[in-house]
Design a protein around this ligand. Sequence first.
Ligand code: SAM
Ligand code: SF4
Length: 324
Amino acid sequence: MNPSPSPALTLRLSVTDRCDLRCRYCMPAAGVAPVSREELLSFEEIVEVVRAIQQAASPVAVRFTGGEPLLRKGLAQLVAMLSAEGVCDLALTTNGQLLADAAAELKSAGLRRVNLSLDTLDPKRFVQISRSGDLSKTLAGIEAALECRLTPVKLNAVLMQGVNDDESVGLARFALERGCQLRFIELMAIGEALVGHADRFVPTAEVRARLETAFRFEPRLSDARGPATVFPVQCRLSGRRGTLGFISPRTHPFCEGCRRLRLTSRGELRSCLMHEQGRDLRALLRNGGGEAALVTAVQEALSAKAVSGTPPPLNRSLMAEIGG
Ligand code: SAM
Ligand code: SF4
């Protein structure tokens, strides 16, 4: 019998640190320091890095993230360039504010699916959490993603004690009604969220206990890929079926089997979300290091991945620099 093929390595590709929102758990009120065009990896340089990763660990999937990836000019062009490189899956994580106008072009360029961040269904809370923004735009982005079949559309919610922890059931019903999978992400002690983390943190077990009052849970899906633990559920009120996921970096760390690498917008390759530094691939690219040196750097990043399965330590980097 042939051994089962190894799961794809996912490159979380941050295309900008900038964001049009200022979520309190992610971004300082003042935003991030401006980065010049020269400092950013160009689309051609990104393609070179992706080729090196494909040589070190095929197949490779790419998820565009940031900051807010839709703020990077010409993103659809980059999607098309990576699609032409045979990347096996192209996905996007976005706050959705600009997605309604961009979804169709991204789909034609080769984007397959979208994850949208949605922490609340209350317009006022949306502004409190993101310090700006407009809930109706994110909701329009969700509808556009569904219409353009950027599916499965997944929704990400970070619940915080005393802020939006009373919304788990409402958010889950909203997701099920639209055929979306909602994933609850535990608040991570990273960057902006380090302050007041203990007071705001809501463990997955607490979220699940509240959800069980409104949904019947079946045994977890064993074939779910990625960091989420996913369960088929049925709404006790409407009878509607769907799936809900939990990403629990603190209470159920998922380091073991992790197949993700991260590339910052300035070209640092990081083995882990919790690593504060990575390998400077931009210097390699711009100093004529050549393809072999890039491939070696990728192999080293893969060997440096954590396998301990212990809760991650504190990280002072901003989430928007590493791409969440
Ligand atoms: N701007 C896009 C968005 O919000 O979807 C992409 C980048 S954002 C950094 C990626 C994901 O990281 C979002 O789902 C966001 O909720 C999550 N995130 C940011 N800071 C976090 C924290 N401290 N703990 C848990 N998740 C966090
Ligand atoms: Fe921006 Fe996403 Fe961070 Fe919110 S979570 S500030 S939308 S990068």
